[in-house]
Design a protein around this ligand. Sequence first.
Ligand code: NDP
Length: 400
Amino acid sequence: MAKVIIIGAGGVGTVVAHKCAQHPEVFSEIVIASRTRSKCDAVAKAIGASNITTDSVDADSVEQLVELFRRHKPELVINVALPYQDLTIMDACLECGVNYLDTANYEPKDVAHFEYSWQWAYRERFEKAGLTAILGCGFDPGVSGVFTAYAAKHYFSAMETLDIVDCNAGDHGKAFATNFNPEINIREITQNGRYWQEGDWVVTKPLEFHRTLNYPNIGPRESYLLYHEELESLVQNFPTIKRARFWMTFGQEYLTHLRVIQNIGMARIDEVEYNGTKIVPLQFLKAVLPNPQDLGENYHGETSIGCRISGKDKEGKELTYYIYNNCSHEAAYRETGMQAVSYTTGVPAMVGAMMFLTGKWRKAGVHNVEEFDPDPFLAELAVNGLPWHEVLNGDLEFGD
Ligand code: NDP
């Protein structure tokens, strides 16, 4: 029985609140706090549970966060605001003795660059305070790391290649929309790609490498190599991995729009002068694009995200292993009013919080999800809307 504060009332925050409310035996009190309180109120109203209250906070301000935490005294904060707020929320947690969980690593607002170093720098302070911080507990990062830890625990003596494959085969009927916060999404995709090869990072041009991969129940989809944050911690925590890559599917229509957005300067993240006001083009673009939270109603199809791993099994024989989840946009919407991209992020965040609050993932310091026991997490994930499947010794489609 514990009180949690969910910060952020966007697509992901909405799903986290719905899923926490389904477990009052663990989450006895839930506070949803965000910049715009009316959004928190709407989520609380849609759920209609008596143990949910709302509040407002500017999570860029440590002072406001400290005041919020002192007032509510939560045991854990689930940070599903934006990556820009990670450090302020961690600072406030340290000041008030609150445990921490998030789904995306810190990014400074003015540089499109993400890495764990900023948050790993908090390790000693969390350890000394006896507090747990769980980093990257969405789907990818999140379940992708837990899947990898599960493979290492149960199947492999040495993992050698890891390919995380993320397919969204859904159709929302819009010419162009992003599935989560457009600013964060476009910053991620327009960066250089990067993958791990024999102890070093190999940098690629944005979306330079692509290949056709077959996804279960979906079929072939063009998949593009991107840099994704979980690669950084996974190659450290599983040092036998010689090559680690991340692939995401995009349709031609999406890529054409993205190219135009970049070519006309709308993906810029520096300030420009417009009619005497300073605006950031990408932030302005976000204001005119469809809101990811409104995509759910007409979204059809499925997502399929998983890990394809090769290496030596426990007896030293060659093994290939594929572990994945498929999630239906329609089913996610029926349950929470949100599409599958928000759903596949929010459910693992709730399960991670449950792992912490039930004492299964409790370890002072700052940790990535693969550092914890994957078994209880995956057992809960399967019964909370995201069942997963395994294929042993199948074709991983990376025979290069
Ligand atoms: P949204 O943009 O839909 O929601 C973000 C929420 O955070 C909004 O309610 C927003 O408030 C609030 N917020 C923003 N800035 C502040 C602030 N300074 N103070 C308080 N609240 C603030 O994003 P999503 O729900 O799609 O994504 C949430 C997080 O999940 C992001 O960090 C994203 O990177 C991560 N994510 C992780 C994935 C994974 O698999 N690991 C996949 C998808 C997303 P307001 O409404 O007022 O703007």
